[in-house]
Design a protein around this ligand. Sequence first.
Ligand SMILES: CC(C)(COP(=O)(O)OP(=O)(O)OC[C@H]1O[C@@H](n2cnc3c(N)ncnc32)[C@H](O)[C@@H]1OP(=O)(O)O)[C@@H](O)C(=O)NCCC(=O)NCCS
Length: 202
Amino acid sequence: MGTLRANFYILAPTQEMGEFVEKTLYDIPEESKKDFYKSKIKRRARMKIHNEDIKFIKADEDLKTLITNNWKPIIGNHMHINDGISIVGMLKEEPIAVISVYWTHWIKPLNEEMDGYIDIIEVKDDYRRNGIAKYLVEKAEDECRVRNLKQIRSWSSDNKIEALQMWKKFGYGMCPARIISGPNQDILVNGFYVVKTLTQET
Ligand SMILES: CC(C)(COP(=O)(O)OP(=O)(O)OC[C@H]1O[C@@H](n2cnc3c(N)ncnc32)[C@H](O)[C@@H]1OP(=O)(O)O)[C@@H](O)C(=O)NCCC(=O)NCCS
């Protein structure tokens, strides 16, 4: 384990099912936005930092654009702002971790049911194995709970070794599957659907 210690700043979620009004997480202070959005993503030597200032914030469209342009387009493309929530770990002005979950209806005949789907989770390489993903997943689960969603799920392909270990460690149910993927829907990908039933924590 490294020396990184995260201060976790997310405020307690309070939303009720059906409202989906985003107001619960730490918003970026207006005066700080300029610095966030001007910042360049820098790489730092792994484990050299002694940081106590990771702030976890709810992403808006501007932060999504910053991440798309300066980190990885694929991450930005999977960040949900209006139909879900994206939580970003900021180390000073640099986004170093993200999770995005969206709310989705099941298919018929259970189409009255909803759950949360984690569309992306990523921690920058230099900051891994410090419990950041654990924190992000727990926060995503909380965001589902406050909406009365009883389940959260995701998918990881079989080349995502760290992620598969992570889901197993976090107690997610693992369902091996082969899906059809690609722009022409002609690529077979092995992987795992993962799912966790959410109970209300007391
Ligand atoms: C998967 C990922 C998000 C984990 O982030 P992280 O902040 O390093 O995770 P944590 O420190 O919270 O670790 C949680 C658990 O995951 C597992 N894990 C994480 N990295 C691992 C690795 N390299 N080898 C084995 N297990 C690993 C461990 O069980 C770990 O618990 P432990 O440290 O107590 O043993 C990160 O490796 C990543 O961004 N990978 C690339 C993107 C990706 O694969 N995303 C998922 C695609 S669906």
